[in-house]
Design a binder for this molecule. Structure first.
Ligand SMILES: [Zn+2]
Length: 284
């Protein structure tokens, strides 16, 4: 009897492993492959955008300084560093991290001796625990900073309210009317709303940013670049997921509407977004 049970259990374990492996092959691997691909856009003489390979990045140069916005992960992080170094030559490089997640900070370790700016609502202990000690930020920005870059001005702004994380930073290039939204603004990708993430903070940002800045170009944290519609589309996504959370009869319609969004089952998906809104409503 015991032998038979063991045999059945053994078969079940094998089946379970096979099921997980095929789920990985079917769902996760294509998404991971898509997210690790990079494409480089020479936007103008002084601005290069590198899309994918973790979070989207920008390399902006002036006569005396090069700014790198988000440092990517793995191979893409090293490639971005090489490109930035080529552009910079002997000029110093300043790094800005939109938030602490490793797909945006994985390359920080390459920028030894550089100033690295991140949101000031993180404590250094928190950062060390979550993102590692190597390539830790050197400047914790509490509110706002303006940096003169040739004929453009770069505003680095701490949102100051939990949205994607407890200290998201956005970067605005005034002359180019371009916003780097970090993961508070995504283009056709489901958000990750775990840990200290707060859907209400996103909603605040969607309303506040277009009032504060004249935004004509948007570089989202993930997905292709676009115009101001990237923000309004993502706001509509949040409103739709909120309505699906409040009214179960709308759920299927909303899941179908956003089926084409990049998703990872359980934590970066339309279902997970609806769950996050339900949790938020229950806590009120
Ligand atoms: Zn990200």
């Amino acid at each position: 009897m015991a032998k038979k049970i063991m045999k059945i259990l053994g078969v079940l374990v094998v089946l379970l492993i096979a099921a997980i492996a095929s789920l990985y092959m079917i769902y996760l691997r294509p998404v991971m492959n898509k997210m690790s691909e990079t494409s480089t856009i020479k936007y103008d003489k002084d601005l290069t955008l590198v899309i994918g390979g973790g979070g989207n990045s920008g390399i902006l140069s002036s006569d005396s300084l090069v700014i790198v916005i988000d440092t990517k992960m793995k191979d893409a992080a090293e490639a971005l560093y090489k490109t930035a170094k080529e552009i910079a030559g002997t000029k110093p490089i300043l790094v800005i991290n939109t938030h602490y997640h490793s797909d945006h900070t994985g390359g920080n370790k390459y920028y030894k001796g550089s100033t690295i700016i991140a949101g000031g609502n993180y404590s250094p202990e928190f950062w060390k625990k979550e993102a590692g000690e190597e390539g830790m930020p050197t400047l914790w920005l509490k509110d706002k900073m303006d940096i003169k870059m040739g004929d453009d001005t770069v505003t680095v702004l701490n949102l100051g309210k939990n949205a994607h994380t407890q200290s998201d930073i956005v970067v605005y290039l005034h002359k180019r009317k371009m916003l780097f939204g970090g993961d508070v603004i995504l283009n056709k990708q489901a958000p990750v709303l775990i840990g200290s993430a707060d859907p209400d903070g996103y909603m605040m940002a969607f309303d506040m940013l277009p009032l504060r800045f004249d935004i004509q170009k948007v570089v989202p944290g993930h997905g292709t670049i676009g115009g101001p519609e990237v923000i309004t589309d993502f706001k509509t996504y949040f409103l739709d997921m909120k309505s699906a959370a409040a009214d179960p009869s709308k759920k299927d319609e909303m899941l179908a509407k956003y089926r084409g969004y990049t998703q990872i089952p359980l934590f970066m998906s339309n279902n997970a977004a609806i769950r996050a809104f339900k949790k938020k409503a229950a806590a009120k």
